[in-house]
Design a protein around this ligand. Sequence first.
Ligand code: CTP
Ligand code: CA
Length: 222
Amino acid sequence: EQYFVNSGNLKGKKALVSAGPTYEPIDPVRFIGNHSSGKMGYAIAEELAARGAKVTLVSGPVAFDKPLPGVNIVKVMTAEEMYESCINEDDYDIAVMAAAVADYTPSSVSETKIKKTEGNLELSLKKTKDILKTLGASKKESQVLVGFALETDNEQENAAKKLKDKNADMLILNSLNDEGAGFGYDTNKVTFFFKNGDKKDVALKSKKLLAKDIIDAITELL
Ligand code: CTP
Ligand code: CA
């Protein structure tokens, strides 16, 4: 079943979606990554395109190669590259930031393979730029900006705080504590948080069907 009945047409609308993890290089053979599969972001991009939107999908490295008709896929590796590609598309009507962007990246990348030595290795990491927060800071009245939040504790409070801090219109809380939700699964169980304080629990369902609910909710905000 769907929570929103209004599955309006998005012809003429411009959408930006981020998806997947980012890889932050340490040296020529190693990187810092995360478990994001990219499935949720790709499902959202596919659904936006199916409803007629002109979609740009900025994707980190994913394990599948899914051709999405009508979607302009921009492939990136690092948080910095994802930032540049997303900021370049800031004239969107709808933006959904579904990527698991690295919060930190090595302060410097070794040009040669780091050799194993006695004792521990310490890596120095610097903070990356927050893409969602940057888009939120320059958001126009007509633009709808959606973020995700991945939490393991204090989920409700953290999600409500992220929605506000990043000036998003909607935030989708992903809980790693729910069965069938989170990394790798084809299903997801989330809660929608809206700017006006409304909240909506969405039942466990496939990422494909959840994408429809998400776009229905966005359509109501347009
Ligand atoms: N995000 C982003 N750019 C970053 C980090 C996060 O655009 N550099 C976006 C994500 O795509 C997601 C939202 O911000 O839509 C929240 O990401 P999350 O990792 O849950 O929150 P953070 O603000 O990074 O805080 P923390 O990881 O400390 O919980
Ligand atoms: Ca983060």
